[in-house]
Ligand binder design. Structure first.
Ligand code: KG4
Ligand code: ZN
Length: 366
């Protein structure tokens, strides 16, 4: 039987400005036809992290040229869009506002519906996009409700997703996000921001057993995670090794990256195992920037094979922030219930307000 696709058949423009990428994409029936990402990473690199004010100002400069370019790539005029989707929560408030105001204005000028979408939910929806190597409109979709592991630079959570706007957080990190833990460790090693992709590369040549690092909270029955103990242990390890000397390099650097990455991945995999066992899910989605990580993808695939769960991993290029994931989720929401009132559409910075935890799950700081 042909899987039912949860997307509108017409073109939807997705706009993402919640952090340091100005991104836009056009998605038609779940297929990405054009995508542009104007990355601000070089602007923030010398500060070792994202500076909110610099991010907002640069979104202002690049948003309209990025939208113009992506519509030209797709060969679509704004008035011919079936809808417009924009990240409106959570994120840096000034950065979000640039995207939201632009989307509202364009929706009114072009007379097309607009919808505000949740950034983390959109990361997960990227796993539903047409795979690049698939021809035709019959690619496999997960059965809802599904379990999702969302791992990015700011969020780490396990969620039950029952529809484009129905999600519950079953557990999340009590402190740092997995991506943040990787980025901060990399910074100590002298790697440029964001360090996650470089750690991924360096770890391939490293020995994950050379340095013994904590693997999160063991013996817990709930789905809470924690990366702050690992972050502290990593910092102490680097201080001890450097001891006023030069930064580690060569095999030492690779072994440090492999050992630290292994500790991050081990905790994500063991908590996901518990979540699969507790929920009895048959379908798992992994998404968000850290889901591009080679070891995480491999170890989660092994876990899914063992537990006979179908894995829907967002394609690596749609793991880090992009407009396609926003268009994908927007397309499904528009299909399910139509657009928002453009006059009322607003931005919400807070993670807690935009996605409360189900009762009984572990709280998160911040
Ligand atoms: O989803 P994302 O682009 O932005 C947020 O919503 O936060 O995620 C960015 C995070 C950064 O922490 C970055 O280091 C991490 O994803 N990341 C990776 C890899 N690619 C990006 N971490 C590990 N391995 C990768 N290949
Ligand atoms: Zn993100």
């Amino acid at each position: 039987m042909k899987p039912t696709q949860p997307f509108l058949s017409g073109p939807v423009l997705g706009i993402e400005t919640s952090c340091d990428e100005t991104a836009a994409a056009v998605v038609v029936a779940g297929r990405v036809v054009a995508s542009r990402i104007a990355s601000q990473v070089p602007l923030h690199q010398r500060f070792g992290g994202v500076v909110p004010e610099i991010a907002s100002r640069n979104h202002l400069l690049t948003i309209l040229p990025t939208i113009d370019a992506v519509l030209a790539d797709a060969g679509v005029h704004g008035r011919d869009l079936a809808g417009l989707a924009v990240t409106n929560r959570p994120g840096l408030i000034g950065a979000l506002l640039v995207g939201v105001q632009t989307a509202k204005t364009l929706a009114m000028i072009w007379s097309v519906p607009v919808v505000g979408v949740h950034h983390i939910q959109a990361h997960c929806w990227a796993a539903l996009l047409q795979p690049a190597d698939h021809q035709g409109d019959d690619w496999q979709q997960p059965t809802l409700p599904l379990l999702a592991l969302a791992v990015s630079g700011v969020h780490t959570s396990l969620m039950k997703i029952a529809g484009p706007e129905q999600s519950e957080v079953l557990g999340r990190t009590l402190d740092d996000a997995a991506g943040e833990a990787l980025d901060k460790f990399g910074k100590r090693l002298g790697l440029a921001y964001p360090a996650g992709p470089q750690i991924d590369q360096l770890a391939r040549r490293g020995d994950p057993r050379r340095f013994d690092l904590p693997r999160g909270m063991t013996g817990r029955a709930d789905l809470a995670m924690s990366f702050s103990g690992l972050k502290t242990a990593g910092r102490q390890l680097v201080y001890r090794l450097i001891d006023d000397g030069p930064l580690p390099e060569g095999q030492d650097l690779s072994d440090l990256c492999a050992s630290y990455q292994d500790a991050v991945v081990a905790q994500l995999v063991s908590t996901t195992r518990r979540a699969i066992e507790q929920t009895g899910t048959k379908d798992l989605v992994i998404a968000g920037g850290v889901a591009a990580n080679t070891q995480l993808r491999r170890d989660i695939a092994t876990l899914c094979e063992q537990l006979e769960v179908r894995l829907f991993a967002a394609a690596p290029r749609w793991c880090t922030d992009n407009g396609a994931m926003i268009a994908a989720l927007g397309s499904s929401i528009l299909k399910a219930r139509g657009g928002d009132d453009p006059y009322l559409l607003d931005a919400t910075a807070s993670h807690r307000k935009s996605m409360p935890l189900v009762s009984g799950a572990a709280p998160q700081a911040g």
